[in-house]
Structures are given as C-alpha cells and as structure tokens.
Design a protein around this ligand. Structure first.
Ligand SMILES: [Fe+2]
Length: 308
C-alpha cells in the first residue's frame, strides 16, 4: 500500500447552541444520519458513503465553533511512532482514552500554532449502516436531504500558518497542492494541505485570532447535486453565504451556507486529483477573488469576516 500514515480527516467535533435545530439541519438539510445520542448531550452522525461508526460530532455549548478535527491513521504503530516526532517538533501531546467517543479507540491530541486542536486515531468500529462490500449496490438506502456522502475537509483561520504548513508537511507527511501568496514577502495568506489525492484535506488562512473555524465541508457527487442543494437551501430558508459557484483554487463546485448556530457549511463536488509530485499552484494576492470564487472573481465581506 502506497497510502501510509495519515489517511484522512475522519472525525470533526463541532459546537452547536440549540441541539434540536442543529440536528434538523445536519440530519434533514445536509442529509447525514444520526448514529447515536449520548448522555453527555453529544450527538454522532455520519454520511451515507462512510464506513466508520461516525464522522461528525455535535456538542451542545454556549458558543459555536470547532472543538477539534481528528485524522485517521493507518495503524496503531503509526500512532505510537508519530507521538515523539510531534513532541520533538515542539508541541505537547495529550491522550484521550478509548471509548471517549462511542466506537473510537485511543486518540492523541495537540494544539497547532494556529490555535486549532488536532487529534490522531486509528481504531474506530465500522458502522452497522456502512456501504455494502459484497456485490455492493451503489447505496443501501437512498440518500436524503442534500445527500452529503462524507465529511470531506475544513478551512481554519488562525495565526502562524507558515509554521502549521511546516508541521503538516515535515511531521505528518502532508503536501501542499495550492497556496495564495501575501501581497509582499514569502509568507502565504492561505494554504491547502492534503495527505491524500484530494485537492485538500485541511486548509488555513492567516488570521489574528487563533482557533477559528471558517467552514466544514461535505462531499456531493456532482454539479447537479450542488444545484439540488441550492434548491434545498431556498426551500428551507437556510441562511446562504454564497453560491452555487466554483473555486479557481481546487476547481471544486460549491455552495456555502450556515447551520442555525452560525457555523459555516460547504457542500462540494469535483476538484482536481492531487499528487505529491505536482508543482504547487500559486495565486497572487491580487487574483485571490478569482481563486476563491471563479465566476464572481471577487470575495464577499461575509466570507472573509464571519467565523465561529
Ligand atoms: Fe472548502
């Protein structure tokens, strides 16, 4: 297997204010399925095309935003081997016991120089409601709502993204398919990072305030499904940010909207296939509008300033 170490962003824990409203959104609008509701108030969900027990965790809280994103790694050995490398790079590592989330084994966690908590784990039970594996049908039950097939990626805002890139690339063996340069100097305004051949598993924008979430994104199958998602947003009066449109960066087809607590969601389709030997695609600062919103060729204020 050539695909080693970190496999993908597998779990994301998001803070929500009003669970009933949030659940309606993630379940009926996005189309995720509820896996379990636990006594501490957290609710666990998954997309219809995901094999693992869950991928999205909603935690009731006083403020919206991101608790952490956890990357699944290929083995328990890797989890042990990577810990001292993270410590040697300069971050404290803590341990989360198996069972802290249903079906999930031990996790390790640390806080990036951008203020975001990242976790790594290997063990997670398979879902009872996973895609078929023996003469599999294309789905076991018809997707509902927008039909989000999986948790795909996230965009984080915070400081020190040059250091963050160094960590992901040097320690976790990610690579950078794309970046936006600052107006002057060698620093980046924004970076897209991947451990796979998705155009991005996680992205960062340089920002003063640490630990902010810009959006969490879910995969759709194609441009038609992005259009259908726009219909669902209109029919249900979901708060729209922008789209349907297309990114120059990643080439993804997209629409952005907000959950009832103010967390920004994206549903996303397409995008190029990345490989680690490809040159880094680079956007000048003056072309960032077209890079983010290819058709509009300009950013909107809300996209730049509304974070949780
Ligand atoms: Fe995105």
């Amino acid at each position: 297997m050539a695909f080693k170490g970190v496999l993908r962003p597998g779990l994301i824990q998001i803070r929500v204010l009003e669970m009933a409203e949030a659940l309606n959104h993630y379940q009926n609008i996005l189309g995720l399925d509820v896996v379990s509701e636990e006594s501490d108030g957290r609710v666990y969900l998954k997309g219809w095309d995901e094999f693992d027990h869950h991928s999205v965790v909603l935690r009731p809280a006083e403020s919206a935003g991101l608790d952490f994103v956890a990357f699944k790694v290929d083995s328990a050995d890797y989890l042990q081997e990577i810990e001292p490398k993270i410590v040697a790079w300069g971050m404290e590592v803590d341990h989360v016991a198996a069972g802290e989330q249903p079906g999930v084994g031990p996790r390790i966690g640390f806080t990036l120089p951008s203020g975001h908590r990242i976790e790594l784990y290997h063990e997670i039970e398979l879902s009872d409601d996973a895609p078929g594996v023996v003469n599999p049908e294309i789905y076991t039950k018809r997707p509902h709502g927008m039909g989000a097939s999986r948790f795909d990626h996230l965009l984080c805002y915070g400081p020190n993204i040059g250091k963050v890139r160094e960590f992901f690339c040097d320690v976790l063996d990610f690579y950078q398919p794309e970046k936006v340069d600052m107006p002057e100097g060698e620093d980046s305004l924004a970076i897209w990072l991947t451990a796979s051949n998705k155009a991005h598993d996680i992205a960062f924008v340089e920002h003063e305030e640490p630990g902010k979430l810009h959006h969490v994104a879910f995969l759709l199958q194609d441009w038609n499904e992005v259009g259908a998602a726009a219909d669902i947003i209109a029919i249900n009066d979901v708060s729209l940010d922008i789209g349907p449109t297309r990114h120059g960066i990643t080439r993804g087809q997209t629409i952005y909207f907000f959950d009832p607590c103010g967390n920004r969601n994206e549903v996303y389709a397409g995008g190029y296939t990345a490989y680690p030997d490809h040159p880094v695609r680079t956007w000048d600062f003056e072309h960032v509008g077209k890079g983010i919103f290819y058709y509009e060729r300009a950013l909107n204020d809300r996209f730049l300033t509304v974070l949780t």
